[in-house]
Design a protein around this ligand. Structure first.
Ligand code: SF4
Length: 726
C-alpha cells in the first residue's frame, strides 16, 4: 500500500460557522509527526502573545497522534493544545480511550477551533461530515450525562469528548473528559476552560472506515464522495463539510505484514512486563512510591506515610471495590480499572461522604495521591467521591487536589480565608441542579465547610473547617471550585494566582512551576525530574520526561541504561537523562503512543522501526530523536514568545531546601545551581535559557531562530533602558 501522503485537519470557526478541510502535506508530517508536535507547529505560527488564552481568537487544536488508531501498540492518544489559561504558556493535554481511534476512522486527523459560538454548540463528526449542532440542552450537564445524551442523539457508538460545568465556568484547570463514564481525562493546563470560552460543549465522533490498513473507504455516496459541502454564516445551524476519500488521513500501513508480526512479538511482552500495573492499575504504585519517598505527603512536607498508603492502595481495597479491567484502544497492558463502591455513611467525618453508589473508573495514581497523602486524607471513600466529582464536573484532579492542599496549608498557617468561604449553609449555590443524573446526590448532599466550635479563634480557614485529612471539606471545596463559589472562586484560578491574591507567605507553599500545579512525583526522590520540572514545556509536568520510571528500575537500552541501572538520587547524568527523555517523550506525544509502553525499555530504535513499517518512510532512531528535540525546542520558543525567561526555570523552595528526614528520599535535595547549567549546555541553550541560533538551525527551525534573535535583541534593549533608568 502507498505510504501517507498527507493528513486532513478540519478548520472550524465557531463564530461564523464556517468549516473547511485543510491538507497537511507529508513533508510537514515527517518533520512534526502529529499530535502535540503538529499542533505546536500550527500554534507557533499563529501565536499572538497579546491575545488572552480565553479570547475567541486564541485557537484550540484537537489532534490525533500520527499513529493513533494504527496497529502499533497503545497508539490511541488524542491531544488538545492551546495557550493555557492556567499558565499563559504552552498548553497540552492528552487522553487515551477510544476517541482518537474513532476520529481516525472519520478520515480526519485533527480539528482546529477558532472563534466563539454565540450559543453553546457541539461538533458532530461522522463519515467525512462535520456538523455544528446546538448544545444548549446539555450546557450545565456533567460530563457523564452529556456523553449519554449526545450519543443518544447521534450514534450509540459515537465517542464523546466533553466539558462539564467547570469548563463552562472557565475554571482555569478544567479538563476535557472522554468516553463518559470511562472517564479518560485530558486534564492538564485547562483545555476545558478553552472549550468553555468558545462555548464548545463537546466533540462527538463516529467513523465507519478503518483507521488503518484500508487503502479505500466504502462509506461514500453514489458519486464516490462524502456528502456535499455547505457553509453557513450562522452557527448553531447544522453545517457540513466534505472530505473526499483522496483527502482523508487514513493511515495506510505501508508494510502491514511486517508491522503485524512486530506487534505479535511486542504485545505479549508488554502485557507480561506490566505486572502490578496490569493487575492494580496506576494506583497500585502507591506502596512503592511511598517507599521511595516519592509521595507528596501533606503538601510535600513529609517523607513517610507507610500504613496509610497501604490502606488506600488497591491491593487492599480491591477485595471490596474491584469491578473490572479497562484497556484503551490497541492496548495489551490494560491499566484501567473500574470499581463499584457501595453507598455508605461515614459518621467519623461528620456526615455522609456520599450517599450514592459509585460505579466507574477507579482513581488513578495521581488522583489517589492527590486526594490521599497530599491532604493527609486516609478516608478512601472520600478519595473515590473526589474522583467522581472531578470527572463529572470536568476538573483536573491534580490541580484540584493541589488547590485544596494549598487551602489547607493556608488555613493551618492562619491566613485570612474567612471572607472567601462559601456562605451557603447547604452547600447548594449557583450550581444547584447542574447535575441531573445519578450523580445529583453527590453534589447536593455534600456540606460546605462550616464554622467549627473548636476553632482556634483565628480568622483563618482552619477555624472554619479546613483541616488536613478532612475528606468532607475536600469534597465541599471541589463543589465550590467547579461552581466558582466562595473560596472556590479563588482556588479555581490555580495556586499561583491564589497565592498572589492572598499575599504574605502564601507563594512559599504554592507548589507550581510556571503556574502549573505539581503532579505527584517528587524531584527529591528522582533527581532527573528536577531539571525536567524546571524546563517542562507546560510547566511542572511529570510526563514530559517520565524519567522517574528509570529511577524505579525501568531500562532504556537506547540510552545505555539497563534494568535497575539509574541511582535515583544521583546528580551525575541526571540532566542528560532529562534531556534525552524529554526528546523521546515529545516523539511519543506526537505519535499518539501511551507512555507506559516505555516502561519496558521501548525507546527510539523500536519506535523508529514501527514508524517506518507504518508509514513507509525510512526513519532512523536518530531522526526520531531529532524530531523530538525539534518539538521540544519549538514549544520552548513558543513559551519564550509568551514571556517565559530563564529565571522561570525553577522549582519551589520546598523541593530545594526541605529535607524530609524520613522515608526513601531522606537527605536528598536537587542542586539546581549544578543541574540547570548542565541541562542548558546539553540542550544548546544560552545562559538566558534561549535555544541558540545554531541549535535551532541544526533542527531545521531557521525561522524560529530569526524570531528568537529578534526577541532577544528586544529584551536586551529593554534591559539597557532599565539600567539607564537605574
Ligand atoms: S497502558 Fe493504560 S493508559 Fe496506556 S493505553 Fe493501556 S489502558 Fe490506556
Amino acid at each position: 500500500m502507498p505510504p501517507i501522503r498527507h493528513a486532513v485537519v478540519l478548520e472550524v470557526n465557531l463564530g461564523t460557522g464556517r468549516t473547511a478541510p485543510r491538507e497537511v502535506p507529508e513533508e510537514m508530517l515527517r518533520r512534526y509527526l502529529g499530535g502535540s508536535g503538529l499542533a505546536a507547529r500550527m500554534l507557533y505560527d499563529e501565536l499572538d502573545p497579546a491575545v488572552d488564552p480565553l479570547a475567541p481568537e486564541s485557537p484550540l487544536v484537537v489532534m490525533n497522534g500520527l499513529l493513533t488508531g494504527s496497529p502499533v501498540i497503545c497508539c490511541n492518544k488524542v491531544c488538545l493544545c492551546a495557550r493555557s489559561p492556567l499558565t499563559g504558556i504552552w498548553g497540552e493535554s492528552r487522553a487515551g480511550g477510544f476517541f482518537g481511534a474513532e476520529l481516525a476512522r472519520t478520515g480526519i486527523m485533527g480539528i482546529v477551533f477558532r472563534g466563539q459560538a454565540p450559543q453553546p454548540v457541539y461538533l458532530w463528526v461522522h463519515d467525512g461530515q462535520a456538523e455544528l449542532r446546538p448544545a444548549g440542552h446539555v450546557w450545565g450537564k456533567d460530563t457523564f450525562e452529556t456523553a449519554e445524551m449526545l450519543r443518544g442523539e447521534t450514534d450509540a457508538k459515537a465517542q464523546v469528548g466533553a466539558i462539564g460545568p467547570a469548563g463552562e465556568r472557565l475554571v482555569r484547570f478544567a479538563s476535557v473528559m472522554f468516553g463518559g463514564r470511562e472517564a479518560r481525562a485530558a486534564g492538564r493546563t485547562g483545555m476545558g476552560a478553552v472549550m468553555g470560552a468558545k462555548r464548545l460543549k463537546a466533540v462527538v465522533v463516529r467513523g465507519k472506515g478503518r483507521a488503518c490498513e484500508d487503502a479505500t473507504r466504502t462509506d461514500t455516496d453514489k458519486h464516490g464522495q462524502m456528502p456535499v459541502t455547505q457553509e453557513s454564516p450562522r452557527p448553531c445551524v447544522s453545517v457540513s463539510v466534505r472530505v473526499t476519500p483522496s483527502q482523508q488521513h487514513c493511515l495506510q500501513v505501508a508494510r502491514p505484514d511486517e508491522l503485524r508480526a512486530a506487534m505479535r512479538a511486542e504485545n505479549p511482552k508488554a502485557r507480561d512486563d506490566a505486572g502490578r500495573l496490569r493487575e492494580f492499575g496506576t494506583a497500585g504504585g502507591l506502596i512503592v512510591v511511598e517507599a521511595a519517598g516519592d509521595l507528596p505527603i501533606k503538601n510535600w512536607q513529609l517523607g513517610s506515610w507507610t500504613d496509610q498508603a497501604k490502606r488506600i492502595a488497591p491491593q487492599t481495597h480491591f477485595a471490596r471495590t474491584f469491578k473490572g479491567h479497562y484497556a484503551c484502544f490497541g492496548c495489551p497492558i490494560r491499566c484501567g480499572k473500574t470499581v463499584r463502591v457501595p453507598a455508605h455513611e461515614d459518621a467519623g467525618h461528620g456526615g455522609p461522604a456520599h450517599n450514592a453508589e459509585i460505579e466507574g473508573h477507579a482513581p488513578e495514581y495521581e488522583t489517589a495521591a492527590g486526594f490521599g497523602p497530599l491532604l493527609l486524607n486516609e478516608d478512601l471513600d472520600t478519595v473515590f467521591a473526589a474522583n467522581e466529582l472531578c470527572n463529572r464536573y470536568g476538573l483536573d484532579t491534580i490541580s484540584t487536589a493541589a488547590a485544596v492542599a494549598f487551602a489547607f496549608e493556608a488555613a493551618e498557617r492562619g491566613l485570612d480565608l474567612g471572607g472567601r468561604l462559601c456562605p451557603s449553609p447547604s452547600g447548594r449555590g449557583e450550581g444547584e441542579g447542574a447535575f441531573n443524573g445519578a450523580g445529583t446526590q453527590l453534589g447536593a448532599k455534600t456540606p460546605s465547610p462550616q464554622p467549627s466550635p473548636q476553632g482556634r479563634g483565628r480568622t483563618g480557614g482552619e477555624s472554619l473547617g479546613l483541616r488536613w485529612g478532612d475528606g468532607q471539606a475536600t469534597l465541599a471545596l471541589i463543589h465550590q471550585i467547579a461552581r466558582r463559589e466562595g473560596l472556590g472562586a479563588l482556588l479555581g484560578e490555580g495556586v499561583r494566582r491564589a497565592a498572589d491574591a492572598l499575599g504574605g507567605e502564601a507563594p512559599s507553599f504554592a507548589m507550581h512551576t510556571k503556574g502549573l500545579e505539581y503532579p505527584f512525583h517528587d524531584p527529591r526522590a528522582f533527581i532527573s525530574m528536577a531539571p525536567d520540572y524546571a524546563t517542562g514545556s507546560r510547566g511542572s509536568c511529570h510526563l514530559e520526561s517520565f524519567s522517574y520510571i528509570l529511577g524505579y528500575g525501568s531500562p532504556m537500552p537506547d540510552f545505555g541504561i539497563e534494568r535497575g541501572g539509574v541511582e535515583p538520587h544521583d546528580h551525575g547524568g541526571a540532566a542528560r537523562i532529562a534531556v534525552l527523555m524529554q526528546n523521546l517523550m515529545a516523539a511519543f506525544d506526537a505519535l499518539g503512543m501511551c507512555k507506559f509502553v516505555a516502561r519496558n525499555g521501548t525507546g527510539p530504535s523500536k519506535l523508529a522501526h514501527w514508524l517506518s513499517l507504518a508509514t513507509g518512510w525510512e526513519v532512523s532512531a536518530e531522526e526520531l530523536m531529532a524530531a523530538g528535540e525539534r518539538l521540544f525546542n519549538l514549544k520552548r520558543a513558543y513559551n519564550l514568545r509568551c514571556g517565559v525567561r530563564g529565571g522561570d526555570d525553577r522549582l519551589p523552595g520546598r523541593f530545594l531546601h526541605l529535607d524530609r528526614k524520613t522515608g526513601g528520599a531522606a537527605g536528598s535535595l536537587p542542586d539546581m545551581a549544578r543541574l540547570l547549567p548542565e541541562y542548558y549546555a546539553l540542550r544548546g541553550w544560552d545562559a538566558r535559557g534561549f535555544p541558540t541560533p545554531d541549535t535551532l538551525r541544526r533542527l531545521g527551525l531557521d525561522e524560529v531562530a530569526a524570531d528568537l534573535m529578534a526577541l532577544k535583541a528586544k529584551i536586551e534593549d529593554e534591559d539597557d533602558d532599565e539600567d539607564e533608568d537605574d
